[in-house]
Design a protein around this ligand. Structure first.
Ligand code: ADP
Ligand code: MG
Length: 211
């Protein structure tokens, strides 16, 4: 079990997360078909595939943040739809304005998620309760900040639970953004696709650190 992630660990973790999203493509398609246009799984899987390729092709670096920046830019540039910008910025904003570091510990990762959350909320204007990925990301980022002193694995376990609860909570919500908005109360009972992706990403981070 790891308590800090060096450059290679970060690469391996992003690859692991990418593979889990790619594996979940049919599930994400199903979730987005219920209240969206069904493209979320295709977009996320495609973006994650590109992220893996760009990480493999990276120039050697001593800065672990660069790995996230590279992955995020690959997603931003390859994915269409709302989620390209949103999930691309999740990695990019997390790494932004951080002095280079060869190893990231729990507190560094918690800080990354706080920055991602702030950037996504500023850009997309969604708040908790609007039935978006923010409903999973915000509680997860808060859980990370609250549990970062317990180490990487405990922190990620808390964040995974928070993301899962947040994802579940979207079932009861009306959508304020995206395609589900036009469904009004017909969106009730269905979870948000982006929140589902957030949960898969954080769950996979926990699995990576645990194994
Ligand atoms: P599109 O809506 O263009 O088809 P996707 O299906 O890939 O894109 O992604 C939809 C997801 O994007 C939603 O489930 C939601 O979580 C997220 N999303 C949409 N608009 C916003 C927003 N303004 N802020 C945060 N997340 C958003
Ligand atoms: Mg969609």
């Amino acid at each position: 079990m790891k308590n800090a992630l060096n450059v290679n660990d970060c690469k391996d973790m992003i690859r692991f997360v990418a593979d889990k999203i790619i594996e979940s493509k049919p599930y994400l398609t199903e979730v987005d078909s219920a209240i969206g246009d069904g493209d979320h799984g295709i977009g996320m899987a495609g973006g994650m595939q590109k992220a893996k390729e760009k990480i493999d092709a990276m120039d050697p670096t001593e800065d672990a943040y660069r790995v996230f920046d590279t992955a995020g830019k690959a997603m931003l540039m390859s994915m269409g739809g709302a989620s390209g910008v949103i999930f691309g910025s999740m990695y990019i904003a997390g790494a932004k304005n951080s002095p280079p570091k060869s190893e990231l510990d729990a507190a560094d990762i918690a800080k990354m998620f706080q920055k991602s959350l702030a950037a996504i909320k500023e850009r997309g204007h969604a708040s908790v309760g609007d039935k978006t990925m923010v409903d999973a990301l915000e509680p997860a980022a808060i859980a990370m900040s609250e549990h970062s002193e317990e180490g990487l694995l405990e922190m990620l376990k808390a964040a995974e639970q928070a993301a899962h609860d947040g994802m579940e909570s979207t079932k009861d919500m009306l959508a304020k953004y995206g395609r589900a908005k036009s469904l009004m109360e017909r969106a009730i009972g269905f979870q948000d696709p982006g929140a589902t992706s957030v949960w898969i990403i954080i769950r996979s981070m926990r699995e990576f650190v645990e194994n």
